[in-house]
Design a protein around this ligand. Structure first.
Ligand code: COA
Ligand code: AMP
Length: 634
């Protein structure tokens, strides 16, 4: 059968059921599906309805049985604690089966939720796969979030158990997780009665008697359990992601479509074969970590790397090349910000030259817009294709990419290349009409979305409809703006909502504004994303004080900075704020965040005709100058 991109792409849209049924042949099913695509409840679609499988079986047991038992499944490489630990597929399967036994002993059943709040340790992967093994639904919360954010996720997911660790390690400091967990449990309205805590040598946590169990002790007393068959349409996990407000969105992922799409993506998008070493330098707390540290490489029979370190400073900007060389990585996936950090510290690639990269074939970048400079620099240093691809927590795998496993297109720096088979990507104007090539609009995907993408939001079908489907009936709203060029390449330019992207981390300015507004001296506030050479964007807060407040502005600013760190977490990187007399608004009271952003970034802007008082823009410009805005770029 011809397998060029155009043929495959058209087939995926014209005959999605045939296309995905064929891909599903690469997954082991306990019972075959009754319908490939169940569209009986439009606009809610279900893939592989009636099918039964187990994701953990497909990721581990299946490979053990098929001759990969002694192949490495997972390499844990931690420069921050100076450890490398290797697990074969057999060892990982046995460890996961035993931890599944721990979960079972604690009464966890199919459909129960388990929150995993852990640093980048192998036990986080073990806990995820153990949930999958018994059909429990995991929800991993990124370690850089504060207790308050963890509490929001506990309230929504209502977990029966939380798995955590005594600490995480950031360069130069140990982050104690247990106090954050305890704070979250105290704040939450749905705290579970049981936690399992992994004690790390760098900081031991005091366990709460009757509630907390020690990971090692629980493992020692557990009996391994087998995989439980689950419906293809059952949830495998919930992953919370930032929306426009302070309430995170619970993206649901199912078992069947997810396994099929991820396995397919490894060969067709990433061009990787079973048995090779694939490394996604991300965190298990993000979707990239879920899909490309844990599930996709293991489903595909690859060795995956779990890296507990940074691109620079652990110990130097050669860190990535050491890992690539030492473990024989063929494909690396990371965020552009990591490369901007490496480029900043090693502009001439001296550290790149220190290591051999015999097996290294491709670098994939995603998570934020990739600036052409960084892409070209990486290409020059590494002499391999550098591939930008676009996707989101909601889709779980790439929407637009240069699918090198099918056909490699010429790279156009700044574009993520072409829509991936399965995704009918369109660009619409505000009236919902398709725009011509080169015109910017809202990027949408015609329904149905392919397998592996979100079928809904956790306990919130209506929210799913409202945020993603109602704005343009028949389409999924991505939340990104961009255009297609004459060659069909897709260019992702910006968000259309209040989401910003800080070092590849998706954050809500609305959530930060809620925190600022909770300060007793703040009358109103705005948070905008400003351009940053390293992290892509950085949040900047502007606050108006309540009448009569005459405390030091500097003091209030440092209090609100601390408040965001305490309530959202260090990952927000909220470090700049200023007091202003008033905020620019339209006559109907809408804060002109976009205009303020342009002022901060030194871009030209038009004074909006609906502005209440144009003089305020001059005041904002003066206040921003005191913080060094606009920053010199280049
Ligand atoms: N637990 C606790 N704190 C964490 C954390 C975690 N898991 N991850 C990050 N933090 C803290 C950091 O220590 C830092 O704290 P600080 O304000 O005290 O310095 C803060 O959160 C911001 O972290 P980060 O954005 O990682 O910035 P950095 O300055 O430490 O490092 C980079 C900059 C570019 C090296 C880093 O952002 C990076 O490696 N980015 C890659 C992004 C990525 O993998 N994205 C995933 C999507 S693909
Ligand atoms: P997340 O859900 O955290 O993965 O963030 C998804 C968002 O990150 C997307 O909606 C985009 O705004 C942005 N993003 C991810 N990858 C890219 C890319 N390759 N180019 C531009 N923006 C990207």
């Amino acid at each position: 059968m011809p397998s060029d991109y155009q043929t495959l792409y058209l087939r995926s849209l014209e005959d999605p059921e045939g296309f995905w049924a064929q891909a599903a042949g690469d997954i082991h099913w306990e019972r075959k599906w009754e319908r490939v695509l169940d569209d009986s409840r439009r606009p809610f679609y279900r893939w592989f309805a009636g099918g039964v499988l187990n994701t953990c079986h497909n990721a581990l047991d299946r490979h053990v049985e098929a001759g990969r038992a002694e192949q490495l499944a997972l390499i844990y490489d931690s420069p921050v604690i100076g450890t490398v630990k290797r697990y074969t597929f057999r060892q990982l399967r046995d460890t996961v089966a035993r931890f599944a036994g721990v979960l079972r002993q604690q009464g966890i059943q199919k459909g129960d939720r388990v929150i995993i709040y852990m640093p980048m340790v192998p036990e986080a992967v073990v806990a995820m796969l153990a949930c999958a093994r018994i059909g429990a639904i995991h929800s991993v919360v990124f370690g850089g979030f504060a207790g308050n954010e963890l509490a929001k996720r506990i309230n929504d997911a209502e977990p029966k158990l939380i798995v955590s660790a005594s600490c995480g390690i950031e360069p130069g400091r140990v982050i104690e997780y247990k106090p954050l967990l305890d704070e979250a449990l105290a704040l939450s309205t749905a705290a579970p009665s049981r936690c399992i805590i992994l004690q790390r040598a760098q900081a031991k946590a005091a366990l709460t008697p009757g509630r907390d169990l020690d990971w090692d002790e629980a493992m020692a007393n557990a009996t391994p359990v087998d995989c439980v068959p689950v419906a293809a349409t059952d949830p495998l996990y919930i992953l919370y992601t930032s929306g426009s407000t302070g309430i995170p969105k619970g993206v649901v992922r199912d078992h069947g479509g997810h396994a099929v799409a991820l396995k397919w993506s490894m060969r067709n998008i990433f061009g990787v074969a079973p048995g090779e070493v694939f490394w996604a330098a991300s965190d298990v707390g993000w979707v990239v970590g879920h899909s490309y540290i844990v599930y996709a490489p293991l489903l595909h029979g690859c060795t995956t790397i779990l890296y507990e370190g940074k691109p620079v400073g652990t110990p130097d900007p050669g860190a990535f090349w050491r890992v690539v060389s030492e473990h024989g990585v063929c494909t690396l996936f990371t965020a552009p910000t990591a490369f901007r950090a490496i480029k900043r510290d090693d502009p001439n690639g001296e550290h790149v030259k220190r290591y051999s990269r015999d097996k290294f074939r491709a670098l994939f970048l995603a998570g934020e817009r990739c600036d052409p400079d960084t892409l070209l620099w990486a290409q020059r240093q590494l002499n391999v294709p550098v591939i930008d691809h676009w996707w989101q927590t909601e889709t779980g795998w790439p929407i637009v990419a240069n699918p090198i496993g099918i056909e490699k297109f010429p790279v156009k720096p700044g574009s993520a290349t072409k829509p991936v088979p399965g995704y009918d990507v369109r660009v619409l104007n505000s009236e919902g009409k398709e725009v011509s090539a080169g015109t910017i609009g809202s990027i949408v995907i015609k329904l149905p979305l392919p397998p592996g993408t979100l079928p809904t939001m956790w306990n919130n079908d209506q929210g799913y409809k409202k945020y993603y489907l109602d704005p343009y009936p028949g389409y999924y709203l991505s939340g990104d703006a961009g255009y297609k060029d004459e060659d069909g390449y897709v260019w992702i330019m910006s968000r259309i909502d209040d989401i910003i992207n800080v070092a590849g981390h998706r954050l809500s300015t609305g959530a930060m504004e809620e925190v600022l507004a909770s300060h007793p001296d703040v009358a109103e506030c705005a948070v905008i994303g400003t351009a940053d050479e390293l992290k892509g964007e950085l949040p900047l807060g502007m606050i108006v004080l309540k009448a009569g407040v005459n405390r030091s502005h500097q003091q209030i600013v440092s209090e609100i900075i601390q408040l965001v760190r305490d309530k959202i977490g260090p990952v927000a990187a909220f470090k700049q704020a200023t007091v202003v007399k008033r905020l620019p608004k339209t006559r109907s009271g809408k804060i002109l965040r976009g205009t303020m952003r342009k002022i901060a970034d030194g871009q030209e802007y038009k004074v909006p005709p609906t502005i209440d008082d144009p003089a305020i823009l001059g005041e904002i410009s003066e206040s921003l100058k005191t913080l060094g805005y606009p920053k010199p770029q280049g």
